[in-house]
Design a protein. Structure first.
Length: 141
């Protein structure tokens, strides 16, 4: 599952808004949502995602990396049950999931540049081909 506009789903606390402002000729604008590029924003967002479903992560059938949620199981029925549990956890905090970027019930998937299945973990061949097509450096620079 993929969290839609992940960073912008995080509200900025009122006392931090003054630290995240932009001054234009037309006025001062304050961020009300977490912007990209703030030094600790990524760590804060990861921590927030980890606190949404802590039991699910500890039970070992869910992995969260930034705005990607990977749910895996032995059976399709378990997968449906796990997805339901995660969606129930996301509803009260209004975490928006992008359905067009989700893949449900897959035997294998591409995640973080790797092809992942229940049997193997391999480098995505498209990513590898892009690196191999680069010319070999001719000097130290």
């Amino acid at each position: 599952m993929y969290c839609m506009k992940g960073f912008h789903q995080n509200e900025v606390k009122p006392n931090a808004m003054n630290l995240l402002r932009i001054i234009f000729h037309m006025g001062i604008y304050k961020y009300t949502r977490m912007p990209f590029g703030i030094k600790n924003a990524l760590a804060h967002f990861q921590r927030m995602m980890d606190t949404i479903c802590p039991e699910e992560i500890l039970e070992g059938w869910m992995v969260v990396y930034i705005d990607d949620i990977i749910i895996y199981s032995e059976t399709f029925e378990d997968n449906v049950k796990y997805i339901d549990r995660v969606l129930i956890q996301c509803t009260p905090i209004t975490l928006k999931i992008s359905l067009k970027n989700c893949n449900f019930g897959q035997q294998e998937l591409l995640a973080l540049g790797h092809k992942v299945s229940g049997l193997s973990l391999a480098i995505d061949q498209n990513k590898l081909a892009a690196v191999l097509q680069k010319p070999v450096p001719r000097n130290i620079k």
